[in-house]
Design a binder for this molecule. Structure first.
Ligand SMILES: *Cc1c(COP(=O)(O)O)cnc(C)c1O
Length: 248
């Protein structure tokens, strides 16, 4: 089997996992979007998935966004940023067509994004990334500071808060991620109850190759899947997130 056949087969398997999880949770199958997590994946392989009808993709590093931009320009897609974003890369993510930053996790970043967006007369969707696993090494706002950050970001009219994102606990036992997803859902309920003007926090981006069923049971609207579609990556996830992360 060549790599594009493998990708197409894997996409079918992921879609059927999503569909079964939705049925089990009594949710419509179209209530969950699949985001292609494309770190280290070639533009050619990404195109296989885009042409199969999956149009939402997320990169972790600005460098990769840049490298694949030209090749992917001709395939319609929506680009999200899902990695740690340094403020000095803000110009680049606007230049390379990022539609939504899912990893907004601090006020400084929100403020700088806002300034740049004002200057370019643009707006952008964001998700607030929450560190639901409370591992010191992972990015995301601590759960007890999330509401305060949401309130502040809501005052910036260039940033449209669409919901929350989290990376579940690093674990080989998917069930252990459930409390993280429950936490994110409960924060979302609290945000919705605030009725903040201009905030429409319907999206919950949670669940990956190993734990997407659990995330869907707990209310995910976007699952971010890499390995189960494109195969294993050259480095462990800790390399892309933070060197100190450990598997538990
Ligand atoms: C890599 C990555 C994913 C996908 O992880 P897989 O286990 O390969 O499915 C999802 N979200 C983020 C933020 C990632 O960095």
């Amino acid at each position: 089997m060549n790599s594009s056949q493998a990708i197409l087969r894997n996409l079918q398997q992921i879609q059927s996992r999503i569909n079964s999880a939705c049925l089990k949770a009594k949710r419509p199958v179209d209530s969950v979007q699949l985001l292609l997590a494309t770190k280290t994946v070639s533009a050619e392989n990404i195109q296989v998935a885009l042409q199969a009808g999956y149009s939402l993709m997320g990169e972790n590093k600005v460098q990769e966004l840049k490298e694949k931009y030209e090749a992917l320009k001709t395939s319609p897609h929506q680009s999200h940023f899902i990695g740690h974003l340094q403020t000095n890369k803000i110009k680049d993510i606007l230049k390379y067509g990022v539609h939504c930053v899912q990893s907004l996790d601090r006020w400084e970043l929100a403020e700088k994004l806002h300034q740049r967006l004002l200057f370019e007369q643009k707006k952008m969707d964001v998700l607030i990334q929450v560190n639901t696993s409370q591992e010191a090494s992972k990015f995301g706002v601590p759960p007890n500071e999330a509401l305060a950050l949401v309130r502040k970001v809501a005052t910036l009219d260039t940033l449209q808060i669409r919901g929350l994102m989290t990376i579940g606990l690093f674990t080989t036992e998917p069930e252990k991620t459930r409390p993280c997803f429950k936490k994110l859902k409960s924060l979302q309920q609290q945000i919705l109850a605030l009725n903040l003007p201009g905030v429409d926090a319907q999206e919950l981006s949670m669940g990956m190759s190993g734990d997407l069923e659990i995330a869907i049971e707990e209310g995910a609207t976007i699952v971010r899947v890499g390995t189960a579609i494109f195969g294993t990556r050259p480095h462990p996830d800790s390399y892309y997130w933070n060197e100190q992360s450990k598997t538990v």
